[in-house]
Write a protein that binds this ligand. Structure first.
Ligand code: SF4
Length: 335
């Protein structure tokens, strides 16, 4: 791992067992669900890396694997000289003090019968069992202040239903911050909020990152959003990364046909013109991944080899592209 690398993921796979068939079909062995299928990337110190993809692309599964929540994970997730994939229970408990997750839906993530103080202090109760109640209250108070719920005493004894959607999301962020983690994984952190609150929460995450120096993996389906928040982006499709590189470069000069299709919704002023791509069909089920390039049934640029051979990851000047044609056609060359 390089000095600025916090999490180094190598060839991560998460295959779930397929559901058993019943009746006459029982003799057929179910195909595994290949939710994540050989993913490698690095999260650097204090950066925000956006993991972008449609529903079913495997991005949330990657986040859950980094949290050490999936026994099905294989490969390497290296963090502080430890492979999270093979860590035992005690080691995983420690890792959770360093890697925290912000969930998409504040309603789901909170117990409606607990006070805000109890919700935010929960990680301290679990991981810092010897911490005195007074110290715990100071830490909760500080976390609430950091996320803009100030004065904190006004919020501590309230219940989730007494707060607005934006305030509830701030409580979740405070809960993730209270242990002062090195890495925060935010899973669609603003998808449940309206447009004005989205900007507020994204600005808050950015300023907290400057203040607390954590690295952030932001999981999102919204490529347009990455333009404002991410240093780098990785585009996932059906369990694999299709393209990864600096946000500005990828958005303005997308090289993979899938990125080009997704980026058409991003209002960048400086994008160099490419032909428009209309994606046909739906993302296939991860138990039924197409042979060759997994994107070929939907790819407007597919050639014969695409349905026969899996593309290699090509490293170009400023990015990785998973495509047979990454360096070949005029359209893909560096602008
Ligand atoms: Fe399209 Fe072929 Fe590239 Fe896959 S390898 S993205 S099918 S051109």
């Amino acid at each position: 791992m390089t000095d600025d690398c916090v999490v180094n993921i190598k060839n991560l796979s998460v295959w779930f067992r397929g559901r058993e068939s019943k009746g006459l079909l029982k003799k057929y062995t179910p195909k595994p669900v290949r939710a994540v299928d050989g993913v490698s990337f690095m999260l650097r110190r204090q950066e925000t890396l956006a993991l972008v993809g449609e529903s079913g692309s495997g991005k949330t599964t990657v986040g859950r694997a980094i949290m050490g929540l999936l026994r099905e994970a294989a490969g390497e997730i290296n963090f502080e000289n430890q492979n999270i994939v093979s860590a035992n229970r005690r080691e995983r408990l420690y890792l959770r003090t360093k890697i925290q997750m912000i969930f998409q839906d504040p309603f789901d993530a909170m117990n409606p019968r607990e006070t805000i103080a109890k919700i935010v202090s929960e990680p301290l109760t679990i991981h810092k069992k010897n911490m005195a109640a007074a110290e715990q209250r100071v830490k909760v108070s500080r976390a609430l202040t950091d996320v803009g719920l100030s004065p904190p005493d006004d919020y501590m004894d309230r219940f989730p239903h007494e707060l607005s959607g934006g305030q509830r999301q701030r409580v979740l962020i405070a809960g993730a911050l209270v242990l002062n983690p090195t890495v925060i994984i935010s899973d669609e952190p603003v998808s449940m909020l309206d447009a004005s609150l989205k900007v507020e929460i994204l600005n808050l995450l950015e300023s907290l990152q400057k203040q607390h120096h954590f690295a952030q993996l932001m999981i999102t389906h919204d490529l347009a959003l990455t333009r404002y928040v991410a240093d780098r982006i990785a585009i996932m499709y059906l369990g694999k990364i299709m393209e990864a590189g600096p946000t500005r470069a990828v958005l303005s000069r997308p090289k993979h046909p899938y990125t080009r299709a997704l980026s058409q919704v991003v209002p960048t002023l400086d994008r160099v013109g490419h032909k428009k791509i209309i994606l046909s069909g739906e993302i296939p089920h991860p138990s039924n991944i197409p042979r060759g390039c997994r994107f070929h049934p939907r790819c407007p640029d597919a050639v014969d080899i695409c349905s026969q051979k899996v593309p290699e990851d090509r490293i170009l000047k400023d990015r990785m592209v998973h495509c047979h044609l990454a360096e070949q056609t005029q359209e893909y060359k560096e602008q």
